[in-house]
Write a protein that binds this ligand. Structure first.
Ligand SMILES: Cc1ncc(C[n+]2csc(CCOP(=O)(O)OP(=O)(O)O)c2C)c(N)n1
Ligand SMILES: [Mg+2]
Length: 331
């Protein structure tokens, strides 16, 4: 089970501004998704909506380890947290959920297909495992051109048995590509517990078949994630080698909005809620006199305001004109 205590780092080694920025990002993601869920219930948002609530420390900690002027992020369809962590404008993200022309993908992608080239966020991909070779291809481009960047490729426990995962790991090691593969193991692929479908339960071993080092990481602690991903990124940058991390986490909500998640127990969910990454970091900061309850209230208020403004922006935006139907389509 994820949820180690903070015995792997010294909180005093981090700058206060940096710690607060991690907290702010996690709170913004949480509030954004709570609002998205509410607006889905009000039928303002249609199609698929997969919430990341509970998993925020993974995207925030991992992406904080990057330099997004040169590095790049690829993920699957549970992508709101990653886009926000990359710095995407939450107004454009909300507008995308609403299917409006002002959306980050011009209203044509929806929840699963956020895409923000400016912030080096390359999706948001709906097919399980399909973006893993694309991320490898981006790393190959960096390698061939001699550019100094690292790729973070995030995917779920459900993607780890796809051929695309195995084929990409093999070539990434063969060609020594600077790509960090991150399995966000939230323990379920739709309603299926990962141990029911995997002969190997410690996924961090799976890179070994391809001579890629692997490690298990506690995904409920944002600083642990940050530290481990930073180490992998620095190594990839210097040695131009791939790495593999299995980050253990948990999603509080169902797979998507239509899933009541009856395949797991209340006790299991509550055990993870007790390890909540936001509550944990907040408590750690207060304990170390780096934050007060009042300051936290301000951070939360700021996030709620940003999200309310994003809803207002999305509501007032136009739907894409019918003439845009064939634009942005690669042929
Ligand atoms: C190739 C493919 N097969 C099946 C699906 C249907 N599907 C959508 S999500 C999902 C589960 C994936 O679970 P996981 O990779 O653990 O990601 P999580 O939803 O937990 O973030 C499946 C099977 C799909 N989108 N693509
Ligand atoms: Mg999963």
């Amino acid at each position: 089970m994820a949820g180690n205590k903070a015995d792997t780092y010294d909180i005093k080694s981090f700058k206060k501004d940096f710690l607060l920025s991690l907290l702010e990002k996690m709170v913004l993601i949480r509030r954004f998704e709570e609002m998205a869920s509410k607006m889905y219930g009000l039928k303002k948002i249609g199609g698929f909506l997969h919430l990341y609530i509970g998993e925020e420390a993974v995207a925030v900690g991992a992406i904080a380890a990057l330099d997004l002027k040169k590095d790049a992020v690829f993920t699957a369809y549970r992508d709101h947290g990653h886009a926000i962590a990359c710095g995407s404008d939450v107004r454009a993200l909300m507008a995308e959920l609403y299917g409006k022309i002002t959306g980050i993908s011009r209203g044509k992608g929806g929840s699963m297909h956020f895409f923000d080239v400016k912030n080096h966020f390359f999706g948001g991909n709906g097919i399980v495992g399909a973006h893993i070779p694309v991320a490898g291809g981006y790393a190959l481009k960096l390698s061939v051109k001699g550019e100094d960047g690292v790729v973070l490729c995030m995917f779920g426990d459900g993607a780890i048995h796809q051929g695309s995962f195995h084929e990409t790991l093999n070539l990434a090691r063969l060609w020594n590509l600077p790509v960090i593969f991150i399995c966000e193991n939230n323990q379920y692929g739709m309603g299926t517990f990962f141990k029911r479908v995997s002969s190997v339960h410690n996924f961090s071993l799976m890179g070994k078949s391809y001579d890629i080092p692997g490690k298990q990481v506690d995904g409920m602690n944002v600083l642990t994630v940050y530290r481990e991903v930073s180490e992998a990124v620095e190594r990839a940058r210097k040695e131009k080698l791939p790495a593999f991390l299995e980050i253990k986490t948990y999603r509080y909500k169902g797979h998507s909005m239509s899933d009541p998640a009856t395949y797991r127990t209340r006790e299991e969910l509550d055990a993870y809620k007790n390890l909540d990454p936001i509550v944990y970091l907040k408590a750690e900061l207060i304990e170390n006199k780096l934050l007060t309850e009042e300051e936290f209230g301000k951070i939360d208020g700021k996030a709620r305001k940003k999200v309310a403004e994003a809803v207002d922006f999305a509501e007032k935006s136009e739907e894409p004109d019918i003439k845009t139907l064939y634009e942005d389509v690669i042929v």
